[in-house]
Design a protein around this ligand. Structure first.
Ligand SMILES: Cc1cc2nc3c(=O)[nH]c(=O)nc-3n(C[C@H](O)[C@H](O)[C@H](O)COP(=O)(O)OP(=O)(O)OC[C@H]3O[C@@H](n4cnc5c(N)ncnc54)[C@H](O)[C@@H]3O)c2cc1C
Length: 285
């Protein structure tokens, strides 16, 4: 790490210029909870760290039109406690509250979670349940990708280093009422990453479910929208609902993990996540 240079960007434009100028040698540094570990372990080859942790413009949370806009530099601690996030994307606030330890939550950011895009990242299932979009800047362009496209693209290409995520857009559900929850299966050690997690969003009209998105995280490189779960939630009740949604979720786990060693365990363990998600969305007792 001897020849590593740290430069603190004073604006988003300056950060983009530095990324552009140093190309593959440059790496953004937000909270550093992944970057510092990666450098210590020799996994990252960066020679120029572009510090963006001081950029106020990346820390805003606001409602704009039909979206909740969350700056990429918002920490997990802020996400977990922010009234707008808790009201409009409760599963995301809950996921953030369960990340790592207080130290990691105080420094780690939403943009850093997306930048690393670890298969076990805790924010992705809630973001996919809420159909979030990721806004990416480079020196000469702005693109907005759906979260699933972003993650697939990130896994395939490692995203060009010249990209900076400035914010995440979470659509505000248009229905009269909704619930969204996050359930995580992990070792009870505060520093263990999720073994598997589930986010469930259910929207209601006149107290009846009219839309639902069940997503499983940490069951492969990218989170999976559970096929068939919405139909079960809109049409079934009680034991039939549990049986149907657990079946859909188990099929999604099996389809995503194939013959990986964790598949038999996760295919069975998903039942407790689904039951807990349904119960907390008020669909079963
Ligand atoms: C002890 C420990 C426990 C952890 N527990 C969890 C956990 O329970 N759940 C979980 O999901 N994660 C966990 N993590 C991982 C880590 O905390 C998260 O991934 C965090 O979100 C990273 O954010 P950061 O701001 O620290 O990112 P950094 O380390 O600064 O950056 C991470 C990556 O993202 C890039 N990046 C940062 N900001 C941007 C941006 N705005 N645009 C584009 N790229 C960007 C960086 O270049 C780098 O590649 C843990 C880490 C540690 C060390």
């Amino acid at each position: 790490m001897d020849d590593l240079v740290y430069t603190r960007a004073t604006s988003i434009d300056e950060a983009l210029s530095l990324l552009d100028r140093h190309g593959s040698k440059a790496q953004l540094l937000a909270g550093g909870t992944d970057v510092v570990v990666g450098l210590r372990e020799g996994r990252l080859a960066a020679r120029v760290l572009v510090g963006i942790e001081a950029l106020e413009g990346l820390r805003e949370i606001r409602v704009d039109g039909g979206d909740l806009e969350i700056g990429a530099g918002v920490t997990f601690t802020t996400l977990a406690g922010d009234p707008l996030v808790r009201e409009l994307a409760p599963a995301l606030a809950e996921a953030a509250s369960l990340v790592g330890s207080p130290q990691v939550r105080n420094r780690g950011t939403l943009g850093g979670n997306l930048g690393t895009a670890s298969p076990a990242g805790d924010t992705f299932a809630p973001l996919l349940a809420h159909e979030a979009r990721v806004s990416l800047l480079s020196r000469d362009s702005r693109r907005t990708l759906s979260i699933d496209k972003y993650l697939t693209y990130r896994q395939a290409t490692c995203v060009e280093r010249q990209n900076l995520i400035d914010r995440v857009l979470v659509p505000i559900p248009r229905e009269a009422a909704f619930r969204s929850v996050f359930v995580r299966l992990g070792r009870r050690n505060a520093l263990a990453v999720s073994r598997m997690n589930l986010a469930l969003l259910v929207a209601f009209e006149a107290e009846r479910p009219v839309r639902a998105r069940m997503v499983l995280g940490a069951v492969g490189l990218v989170p999976v929208l559970v096929d068939g779960a919405e139909k079960e939630i809109l049409t079934e009740r009680g034991n039939e609902l549990v049986r149907g949604t657990v079946g859909c979720a188990a099929a999604a786990v099996a389809g995503s993990l194939g013959d990986r060693p964790s598949a038999p365990y996760k295919t069975r363990a998903v039942e407790s996540l689904v039951r807990e998600g349904l119960r907390r969305c008020g669909l079963i007792d």
